[in-house]
Structures are given as structure tokens and as C-alpha cells.
Write a protein that binds this ligand. Structure first.
Ligand SMILES: NC(=O)c1ccc[n+]([C@@H]2O[C@H](COP(=O)([O-])OP(=O)(O)OC[C@H]3O[C@@H](n4cnc5c(N)ncnc54)[C@H](OP(=O)(O)O)[C@@H]3O)[C@@H](O)[C@H]2O)c1
Length: 309
């Protein structure tokens, strides 16, 4: 391992999920600071962002450190690492099948890390990877959205929606958004052509058929979505398994890390794309409150843990 090891403490704080059951099962513990293996970088975590429902993801491999997206500074690298420099500011999404990044340090395979967008703070940058990659992969890889198509985005001002909405607009689609009252104005600012308050009655009434539904909300909106698709349309959800009906292509997908996509997203953010909305910022010690906040009905944007002492 190269660099700065002498300045890195041998133990660190980490948020640990001890048992299934949600935020009450979290504790902040002193654990061994990871040592980067070949192909990994040790990142001093400045900020780690949280996703609603994510504490349900690692319940088959507990105890587990949550949060799978971070922004920070490389403090050491393992063997065979040439393209990430010590001192470099990076951001990234980490794999769901190993410990996450709600800690002072995280050892991360370098193929998961991209340069942090210069225009964003660490707190803002941490809020980007998981949600933006979900939007990118949902619209492009699974939804195959093309210019001129009509796309309906559910939860257009939420964590994933705030990236999906401007991306769909940039791709030249006609963007119809659903949001609850608190997100209507934000969805317009993000580039939606039409915004529907789904809490104000039947959101699908009077809607002409769409080519693609991209769902980030699940529940009733997802269940009622096949009715607004044209024959042969596509229904893609990142929130939960969509209904499977004949004449409709239905897809639920799990987002995957992608350094190249993150670099493109970073360039868009540096060229003036709207930065992510940050709902609230907590310390590592406040992790229980932070995870409770991810579930709040009045949340507006991402919840972020700052790991600086
Ligand atoms: N499969 C994957 O790989 C993957 C990746 C990322 C996220 N996810 C999941 O996809 C979903 C969306 O992620 P996100 O970061 O966009 O989440 P989010 O911002 O919390 O929620 C997205 C939208 O869902 C609606 N919503 C429904 N229940 C809610 C609640 N209890 N609290 C707040 N909003 C609620 C809201 O829409 P309105 O304001 O329009 O009502 C909100 O804008 C989450 O369930 C997340 O766990 C899965």
C-alpha cells in the first residue's frame, strides 16, 4: 500500500446495522480502518448519502455498514493502482453486497470511483451517484428512451427523479411528471413539460398514451401505470416489481456502479445541470435520525451524513 498510512488512524467510526428492523438497529462503533487491497483506494469519507428503504437491502449479511454513495479524498492506494492519485477528490457508488461507506474511511475498488464534480461540494456530490446512475440506467439502458418520445416519470422531484427529469428533457423527450404538492414547482424547474399532482385525484385522467413510464415511487402509481402506456410501451421501475401485462414490456432493475456513466454525469453537473437537492445533513452519530428522515413524507431531496469530525 502506498502513501499516508502513517497519518491514517488504525480505527475509525462506522455506522453499523446490527439486525434487521430499520434505524433502531443502528449503532456507531469504533472498528478497524480498512486497508486497501490491490486495485482499491482508501477514501477519507467527507459525505455519504442515504436512500429510502436501503436498510432492507443488507439483511442477509449482517452486521453491515450502510450507505452506498460517497464523496471524499483518496488517502492511500493499494497495489496496482495507477489512475487514482492520493489527494484526489472522488465520488462514487459502491456495491450492495459488501459494506458501505457510512464511516470515516472506506476501501473502494478504483473502477467504482470518478473525479468529484468541481461545481459541487462533497455533501452535494455524495447525493449524486446512486440516484443519478439509477436515472441514467432506467431511462437509457432499460427504458431505451429516444428523442420525441413521451415519458411519464413518477416521483419526478425525488432522489432519483431529480436526475431523471432533466436527463429525459435533455434527451429530447416530452416529459410528463407526477409529484406531490411539495414537488410540483421543483419538477417544473427540473425541466418537466407537464407536471401532475398525483395527490389531487386521478392523475391518469385525460393523459394521452406515453411510450415509457419510469417509476421511482412504486405503490398505487406503479400499479395503475399500464393503463397510460401505448401498445408496445415500456414500464420501468427502480422502486419495486411492476405489473407484467401482455403488450407491455415491464422491467424492475437494480442499479449497478459505472465509472464511465458517473464521469459523464459529473461533466453534466459541471456544465450547469441543477445540483441535487439536499433535504438534510446529519453527523455519523445522528445516523438513526438521518435514516428516519429518509422515510419522512415531507422530505425534499437527499439525506446526507457528513463524516468530518
Ligand atoms: N433498485 C435499485 O437499484 C434502486 C436504486 C435507487 C433507489 N431505489 C429505490 O427506489 C425508490 C426511489 O428512490 P429515491 O431515492 O428516489 O427515493 P425518494 O426520493 O424517497 O422517493 C421517490 C418518490 O417516491 C414517493 N414516495 C413514496 N413513498 C415515500 C416516502 N415514504 N417518503 C418519501 N417519498 C415517498 C415520492 O414521490 P411524490 O413526492 O411524487 O409523492 C418521492 O419523491 C426507493 O424505494 C429506493 O429504495 C432502488
Amino acid at each position: 500500500m502506498r502513501a499516508f498510512r502513517s497519518m491514517t488512524p488504525t480505527t475509525m467510526r462506522a455506522v453499523v446495522l446490527r439486525a434487521a428492523g430499520g434505524p433502531d438497529q443502528l449503532a456507531v462503533e469504533e472498528v478497524a480502518t480498512p486497508v486497501p487491497r490491490a486495485g482499491e483506494a482508501l477514501v477519507r469519507v467527507h459525505a455519504a448519502a442515504l436512500t429510502r428503504d436501503e436498510l432492507e437491502w443488507p439483511v442477509d449479511r449482517l452486521p453491515a455498514i450502510p450507505s452506498y454513495e460517497l464523496s471524499g479524498v483518496v488517502v492511500a492506494v493499494g497495489d496496482s493502482v495507477d489512475d487514482v492519485a492520493v489527494g484526489g477528490e472522488v465520488y462514487g457508488m459502491t456495491a450492495f453486497d459488501r459494506d458501505g461507506v457510512a464511516a470515516d474511511y472506506a476501501a473502494i475498488p478504483i473502477e467504482l470511483l470518478a473525479p468529484k464534480p468541481h461545481a459541487l461540494s462533497h455533501t452535494e456530490a455524495a447525493a449524486v451517484p446512486l440516484a443519478a446512475l439509477s436515472a441514467w440506467q432506467g431511462l437509457l439502458e432499460h427504458g431505451r428512451l429516444a428523442a420525441g418520445e413521451r415519458v411519464l416519470i413518477h416521483g419526478a422531484s425525488g432522489g432519483v427523479g431529480q436526475f431523471a427529469t432533466p436527463l429525459a428533457a435533455r434527451l429530447g423527450a416530452h416529459v410528463i411528471a407526477t409529484a406531490s404538492a411539495r414537488g410540483i414547482e421543483r419538477a417544473r424547474e427540473l425541466g418537466a413539460d407537464v407536471v401532475i399532482d398525483h395527490t389531487a385525484g386521478s392523475w391518469e385522467a385525460g393523459l394521452d398514451p406515453v411510450d415509457l413510464v419510469f417509476d421511482t415511487a412504486g405503490g398505487d402509481r406503479l400499479a395503475r401505470s399500464p393503463a397510460v402506456l401505448r401498445e408496445g410501451g415500456r414500464l420501468v421501475s427502480v422502486a419495486e416489481e411492476p405489473p407484467h401485462l401482455s403488450g407491455v414490456t415491464s422491467v424492475y432493475f437494480i442499479v449497478h456502479p459505472d465509472r464511465g456513466q458517473l464521469a459523464e454525469i459529473g461533466a453534466l453537473l459541471d456544465s450547469g445541470w441543477p445540483p441535487p437537492a439536499i433535504d438534510s445533513v446529519f453527523t455519523l452519530e445522528e445516523a438513526v435520525s438521518a435514516f428516519e428522515r429518509t422515510m419522512a413524507a415531507d422530505k425534499r431531496g437527499k439525506v446526507v451524513l457528513e463524516a468530518e469530525r
